[in-house]
Design a protein around this ligand. Structure first.
Ligand SMILES: C[S@@+](CC[C@H](N)C(=O)[O-])C[C@H]1O[C@@H](n2cnc3c(N)ncnc32)[C@H](O)[C@@H]1O
Length: 248
């Protein structure tokens, strides 16, 4: 398999390997760059996404953070006042989990290295699931969403936080300027990585818009799929619910 060396997303298994390698390489600087490049807005979005999870209905249950990276979303959940459950944070890039290791020390977050398109968990294991900035990176989007559905309990929710392209012309222009010119330069400078931060704008532009993602969530088995745009449509929060068990 040829090792991709530039920012063009590849397809299938090759794309998955490209993504795993990319995050493995930028892992040590991932948190620093996230805060720097998002001006900390990402943390606000994470809190807002968690408000859609309805974890308060089962505060001592087990939740999944798929594509957990350095555990920001998992940590945000276990820190919620009243949350008494556990979060399993899973990612296929071991260096990302390792980079976040010190953040989850003493917390009820369990790291598991695994592929979101073949989750290493039995069906109906989780009361709810979250994916933060992960689905855009999945080489097989529908398969990953199907896996999230499989491991959820009936009536469990999946909350997806993801970048999207703002609908307004002016903001879209500024966003594209930032994404295509500022972000790759700062990313390259701080991470020392040649193409990782050029991959980001390409992956956002190549990803389905909010209605498209909602459609894939429905195809993957979720019902009652809704979404909201945040910060003028820079990001979107999608929520889908697994169907209830049929009554006998
Ligand atoms: C942009 S990071 C997001 C990390 C974290 N959720 C956050 O909010 O900062 C995307 C993560 O998705 C992971 N990822 C991508 N494809 C994956 C897959 N098929 N299975 C597991 N993890 C995957 C990457 O390794 C990376 O850590």
């Amino acid at each position: 398999m040829a090792a991709p060396t530039e920012a063009e997303p590849a397809a299938g298994a090759e794309r998955a390997e490209q993504v795993r390698r990319l995050f493995g390489e930028i892992a040590p600087r991932y948190d620093l760059l996230n805060r720097l490049l998002s001006l900390r807005i990402d943390q606000r979005w994470r809190r807002r996404a968690l408000r859609r999870l309805a974890w308060e209905e089962a505060p001592d249950a087990i939740y999944l953070d798929a594509c957990a990276g350095t555990f920001d979303l998992a940590l945000e959940l276990v820190r919620r006042p009243g949350f008494a459950g556990r979060v399993v944070g899973t990612d296929f890039a071991l260096p990302m989990l390792a980079a976040g290791g010190s953040k989850i020390r003493g917390r009820t977050v369990w790291p598991v290295c695994g592929d979101a398109t073949r989750l290493p968990f039995p069906g109906e294991a989780f009361a709810g699931a979250v994916v933060g900035f992960g689905v855009r990176n999945l080489a097989q989007l529908e398969t990953g969403l199907r896996e999230c559905c499989r491991v959820l309990r009936p009536e469990g929710r999946l909350v997806v936080l993801e970048f999207t392209v703002p609908p307004g012309r002016l903001l879209r222009l500024l966003y594209m300027l930032y994404f295509e010119h500022v972000l790759p330069r700062v990313g390259r400078l701080v991470s020392g990585h040649g193409w990782a931060y050029s991959y980001l704008p390409k992956s956002v532009k190549g990803f389905p818009g909010p209605a498209g993602l909602a459609g894939v969530m429905e195809d993957a088995g979720f019902g009652d799929v809704r979404w909201e745009l945040v910060t003028g449509g820079i990001a979107a929060i999608h929520v889908g619910t697994k169907a209830a068990r049929p009554e006998r």
